[in-house]
Design a protein around this ligand. Structure first.
Ligand code: GLC
Length: 756
């Protein structure tokens, strides 16, 4: 080929790209950008793209885990073979990675630096399941902003969070990383974290969110991580996809495909979810990245014969970036040259990548001020936010005789015991890579600081799995104390990725320790720190009060101290159902009615089970463990009492485009100021598909003084009652509905209304 030919080809290619850009911009004009791009950004993207060789385009689609010495990657960076790195957090090294990419490669395209900033960067917040337990999106957004401030100061501009996987199976270790079992709560938490990470405007503290794992990963068969899922399109559209759609609407810049195959198709090659739903229906114009080698794992799935084939499948499904398979880098050029893959598909992927980099301002500001980065970490206001969040994340599950809050004046000697009393690493929970345990304030440390000279610490158990026959030392100490504070639970390593459990009881001899402490005859306050709802029924009789703290993070100690001694009042609610035994899996509140309603739900004909009926007849329940969980979704006690009354709707009949105006009276009938999470559930009694017995459609945090009563009003668009029905469309189906307002998913009396 002569130089003239080459020049002609380049000119033709540039004209084609600019034409593509015009078309692309035109179609974008008909559809708002979900990531907030502008014509100026798009023109800039096109100008960069027009200069790129095929090899440079493919290089942008390659993400490398690159901790350590940047010079090891210098050759690949100079050749433009790396578009993104993950797992480097040192600002000096990140600057050097960026310097080589920006100053020593032909086009100087900066890197997208990613990291799993899952529930805080250095300042660690409660694990996401604990964040969900706050039912406080505003607070969760504040925490995500703190995480972004700390991480971006060091050069991390992309987090692989929020995880939006609905989880109904506590055996699954990654239940810790999400917002539990409910679609509505999950969506509100996802939106909050996207806003918090990315900020309300693009600036140097904006950290691109990555909604994951798309999709259905939490339904892994048997609760075993990475296992197959078998979700129908209806289940996907009514339960698993809505939180992702909400997060896309909130502006999420990126999305990650999941490891699981659903109904036989690995998510990293699923054109239905990645193209039809994500791109065509939702208009997502952000970046899609695979999970770690999830492209390569499609060979193990038996879906592609080799890396070349799975690379073709992934690009064909609309994946933009390959995390750690190197399938794109190794085979895309060849696939384009053979005609198996069109270069236009590569261009589309690179546009999505460049769009994110331009919006983040990386071309203007690829470097960080490494010297200033440290000052942001663990800032007092960050720690204060983490403590407030930890306080709101704790769920009070038991409080016999109002044992809590303890009166400091009445407890002189405090025995602190249990494997989680002084576990600075485990208290941070899973996916806390950058949380430095020396900054963790444990319950022991917080209590010693608060009550110098009054705390006796006898661990009782070295760690949660130790087997001890006798507890003479700790029982003797209990007898000499005025109160026993037992901190139990799970080591951080027992939840999170690849850490599923088939036995959800407290591990080791913890339950025996609690029984021994109870036998000592002094008041026992148990606190469980875990990454999942454990089966704690057998432990409840052995403590007067029980606080459940989903691994509460850096400031868990001060938070729990404040709660135990009444400086803070519990308001947390269970974001997931607590089972009596693991054999009940899966048991979740928004189950379907079945033809044999099994947990006392009123039948359609209002045939209520006979009062005192013990057997539920031939219905769907367990002979040995009945039909009820230990604690339902949305449950949590307070140090006061709340009473709901006069639930009313402004109409009896609504149009499908109407608005439900719900009003109710909430009274704080106790002696302490406190906050209640009032929850609104709706049931669609008859549909073109069988429907859940109830679904959360609103929650409201209501702060009331002791004795205060307030008339609360909330508005719920009738459109929120839409679902993907038998005819394959999403709409509100006219008919009869019921609505509850209560403090949890198992309480309250319904009011009826109709939609016409
Ligand atoms: C892991 C996880 C994913 C994480 C990614 C990068 O395997 O599945 O959630 O973001 O790899 O660490």
């Amino acid at each position: 080929m002569t130089d003239n030919d080459r020049m002609m080809n380049k000119t033709i290619r540039t004209l084609a790209l600019l034409a593509g850009a015009a078309l692309c911009a035109a179609c974008a004009q008909h559809r708002p950008s979900t990531v907030g791009t502008t014509p100026e950004v798009e023109q800039r993207v096109e100008r960069i793209l027009a200069q790129m060789t095929l090899a440079e385009k493919v290089g942008q689609m390659n993400q490398v885990s690159a901790g350590g010495d940047p010079s090891q990657y210098a050759e690949a960076l100079r050749a433009g073979q790396i578009g993104s790195i993950l797992n480097e957090v040192d600002p000096v090294r990140i600057n050097e990675f960026q310097r080589i990419a920006v100053e020593e490669s032909r086009l100087g395209i900066p890197l997208l630096v990613g990291r799993d900033v899952i529930h805080g960067f250095h300042t660690v917040f409660p694990i996401p399941l604990g964040l969900a337990a706050t039912f406080d999106p505003a607070l969760v957004e504040e925490g995500a902003r703190v995480a972004a401030l700390e991480a971006t100061a060091q050069g991390v501009r992309w987090t692989f969070s929020p995880m939006l996987d609905i989880a109904r199976d506590p055996r699954w270790g990654r239940i810790a990383e999400g917002s539990g079992e409910d679609t509505w709560l999950d969506a509100r938490m996802g939106e909050a974290m996207v806003r918090g990470y990315q900020g309300t405007q693009w600036d140097a503290t904006s950290m691109a969110a990555c909604i994951k794992h798309f999709v259905g990963y939490g339904a892994a068969e048997g609760g075993r991580d990475y296992n197959s899922t078998f979700l129908t399109e209806r289940e996907l559209r009514n339960v698993y996809l809505p939180p992702f759609e909400a997060a896309v609407r909130a502006g999420a810049m990126t999305l990650m495909t999941s490891f699981n195959d659903n109904d036989g198709i690995p998510s990293t090659a699923n054109t239905f979810t990645l193209k039809q739903v994500l791109r065509d229906e939702w208009g997502f114009d952000g970046l899609v990245v695979t999970d770690w080698n999830s492209m390569g794992e499609m060979i193990s799935h038996g879906y592609g014969a080799d890396r070349k084939e799975v690379a073709r499948q992934a690009i064909g499904a609309g994946v933009d970036m390959d995390m750690m398979t190197f399938g794109f880098l190794s085979h895309l050029e060849e696939l384009v040259q053979s005609g198996a893959v069109k270069e236009s598909a590569i261009d589309a992927a690179v546009r999505n990548i460049l769009r994110v980099k331009v919006l983040l301002g990386l071309f203007e500001h690829p470097y960080v001020d490494a010297a200033a980065a440290q000052a942001v970490q663990y800032a007092p206001e960050h720690l204060a936010a983490a403590q407030r969040t930890a306080e709101e994340s704790v769920v009070l599950l038991r409080n016999e005789g109002d044992l809590l809050p303890l009166d400091p004046a009445r407890v002189r000697t405090i025995l602190v015991t249990g494997p989680m009393a002084d576990a600075p690493h485990d208290q941070l929970g899973t996916w806390a890579f950058d949380g430095q345990k020396q900054h963790t304030v444990t319950p022991l440390a917080a209590l010693r600081e608060r009550f110098p000279g009054r705390v006796v610490y006898v661990p009782g158990l070295g760690h949660s799995r130790e087997h001890r026959a006798r507890f003479d030392d700790v029982v003797a100490a209990a007898r000499r104390a005025d109160v026993v504070l037992a901190f139990l639970g799970e080591e951080a390593i027992l939840s999170g990725e690849a850490h599923s459990l088939a036995d959800l009881n407290l591990q080791g001899s913890q339950s025996e320790l609690l029984a021994a402490l109870k036998a000592a005859g002094k008041p026992v306050v148990a606190t469980v720190m875990a990454g999942r709802p454990l089966t704690i029924e057998r432990d409840l009789p052995n403590c007067g009060a029980l606080l459940y703290a989903f691994h509460p993070g850096t400031m868990g100690g001060p938070a729990l101290t404040n709660l135990i001694f009444g400086d803070a009042v519990p308001s947390g609610k269970t974001p997931v159902t607590f089972l009596r035994t693991v054999g009940q899996v899966p048991m979740y509140y928004n189950h379907h009615m079945t033809g044999r309603p099994y947990n006392g739900e009123l039948l359609l004909g209002d045939i209520a089970p006979e009062a005192g009926q013990t057997s539920l007849g031939n219905t769907s329940y367990y002979l040995d463990y009945g039909a009820y969980p230990l604690f339902p979704f949305g449950y949590g006690l307070s140090y006061t009492r709340f009473a709901y009354s006069d639930v009313a709707l402004d109409k009896a009949v609504y149009a499908t485009d109407g608005t439900l105006r719900v009003s109710f009276t909430l009274a704080n009938t106790g002696s302490r100021d406190a906050t209640e999470v009032a929850q609104v559930y709706v049931r669609d009694l008859v549909g073109s598909l069988t429907r859940p017995v109830k679904e959360l459609k609103h929650f409201e945090r209501v702060a009331l003084k002791a004795g205060e009563s307030r008339r609360v009003e909330v508005e719920i668009p009738v459109s929120e009652l839409a679902f993907f029905g038998a005819d394959g469309t999403r709409k509100v189906e006219p008919g009869d509905f019921q609505l509850w307002v209560a403090g949890d998913s198992a309480s309250g009396e319904p009011v009826s209304f109709q939609v016409q």
